[in-house]
Structure formats: C-alpha cells, structure tokens
Design a binder for this molecule. Sequence first.
Ligand code: ATP
Length: 134
Amino acid sequence: MNTFTLDVVTPNGSVYSAKDVELVVLHTETGEMGVMAGHIPTVAALKTGYVKVNKASGTEYLAVSEGFVEVRTDKVTVLVQSAETAEDIDKERAINSKERAEERLHSNRDDVDYRRAERALGRAINRIEVAKFR
Ligand code: ATP
C-alpha cells in the first residue's frame, strides 16, 4: 500500500512524525476527513478531536486541539495549538481540567469567559476519550 509522511506540530515543537502512514482520519470544521496517499492537495481547519493514524504496524491515536491540516500528495502536516499521543495524556490532569471548566460554566459569574471555558471543557473531554485508546 502507498504511504505518506505525517507530521503533527504545535507551538512547542513536533509531537509526532511518521513516514509510513497509510491512512489518517481527522476532524475538520466541516466533518470527518480521511486522507490516503495521493489525496488532492488541500488545507482545512481542524476542530478539537482525535487524529487516527493507520500504519501497517497498527493504529495510533492523538488528541489535538484547534488548528489546521495541510494535505500535499506525499505529506500531511497537522498544525495545532496542542497535541498529545494517547500514551502521553495525563488523565488525572484532564479530569481536573474538566471539573474546573464545568465549575466555571455553572458558576453564573459575570467575570467568566464562557466560550473559553467551553473550549477548555472540549479539550479535557477529548483527552479523556483519547486516553482510552492506549
Ligand atoms: P490544563 O487546564 O490542564 O492546562 P488545557 O486544556 O488548558 O489543560 P492546553 O492549553 O490545551 O491545556 O495545553 C497546554 C500544554 O499542556 C500543551 O503542551 C498540552 O499538550 C499539554 N497538556 C494539557 N493537558 C494535558 C494532559 N491532560 N496530558 C498531557 N499533556 C497535556
């Protein structure tokens, strides 16, 4: 099967890189997107969600937050605010973050940035879900 290179990059640097990817599944603003070698070049905005990476050796998952994907014929670059492989997720931290965001959302306080709390909640729930794949 034809393969391509996948790089997952954040402001803190590279989080994941593989040269032998057969299929990657991503969550764009307009829906799920599967990319195989030879895909038409494109750029799409990504939602917080999981990235599924299929290789001949097996399947891996990453949790990513908002950003972009650039698809070229032989290379896919995921450029996001944060990314962790399932193995690198600190589940305790995600659970604490989820509780903090939920408290903020239910607090009825004027000084709470609700959209920010909602995004933080989304990241935490996503990490908890992706941590199940390890
Ligand atoms: P927290 O409230 O725990 O900081 P957050 O959603 O606000 O969570 P981010 O701003 O998305 O955190 O990420 C900041 C940095 O911390 C990034 O490098 C991200 O990869 C890392 N990170 C955040 N949460 C976790 C986690 N549960 N496990 C591993 N790394 C994490």
